[in-house]
Design a protein around this ligand. Structure first.
Ligand code: FMN
Length: 220
């Protein structure tokens, strides 16, 4: 199977896969995700009945189509004319970025292009939380706020509104996972300083929460 990073960096020679140890993130190109599914899924009431936190994951990676549908549900563009999103956000100021930490590195979800932009080539899944399953689950979403975009409010209010924005996204992910038979848990048990440092976040940016997604272990 071709990994996202191999496809992104052209590391394929015919049918032969070439390993990419230590590949610099800047050498990788953006990956266009397949268009998100426009229909299907369980009715809302059923999804609400099924919504729950799950903490045992299969290591099985998520197919690109599932990743596409999941990221769109999380915080994708649902009104192309305005660029507005599947979750509401504070004062119409775009503050939250969704990062995908996977075995093949850390990717920034770019909702307008519905693409994954390479951020780091490293597997930082273990650093995304304080619970064992984060290191082996295929995907940890890391929600990062641009505090510097939140003008004229205190640091406490920045944290509050960024957390609320993140909560809506997290619930979208919960409902998508409930609908698709995926496992997820929204997480605040994170070493925030360490993770921000590991992710090389810019000035003013901070991690709000993380959320693990994968197939439930019981279904293996
Ligand atoms: C703000 C917040 C932070 C949370 N942090 C964690 C966490 O760090 N680890 C964890 O396993 N679950 C975490 N959870 C999930 C809750 O423990 C879970 O939602 C709660 O126990 C209710 O269970 P349910 O989601 O299955 O209904 C968090 C939930 C929220 C809303």
């Amino acid at each position: 199977m071709i990994t996202r990073r191999e496809a992104s960096t052209g590391l394929l020679s015919g049918a032969v896969l070439v390993a990419a140890p230590g590949l610099a993130a800047e050498n990788a190109a953006a990956i266009d995700l397949p268009p998100p599914r426009a229909d299907g899924g369980k009715p809302l009431i059923q999804a609400l009945r099924l919504r729950r936190s799950i903490r045992e994951y299969s290591p099985r990676p998520l197919p690109n189509q599932v990743l596409s549908d999941l990221l769109w549900a999380a915080f994708g563009v649902n009104r192309p004319a305005s660029g507005d999103r599947t979750a509401p956000y504070w004062r119409h100021v775009m503050v939250i970025d969704v990062y995908a930490a996977m075995e093949d590195g850390v990717w920034l979800y770019e909702p307008k292009k519905h693409a994954l932009l390479p951020h780091l080539p490293d597997d930082i899944r273990t650093a995304t939380g304080l619970q064992d399953f984060v290191g082996t689950a295929p995907l940890n979403l890391v929600y990062v706020a641009h505090g510097e975009r939140m003008q004229d409010i205190s640091a406490e209010e920045r944290r509050l509104y960024a957390s609320v924005d993140t909560g809506f996204i997290g619930q979208n992910v919960y409902l998508f996972c409930a609908s698709e038979g995926l496992a997820t848990v929204f997480r605040g048990a994170v070493d925030y300083d360490k993770l921000g440092h590991t992710m090389k976040l810019g000035e003013g940016q901070f991690v709000t929460f993380a959320q693990t997604v994968g197939y439930p272990r019981a279904q293996e």
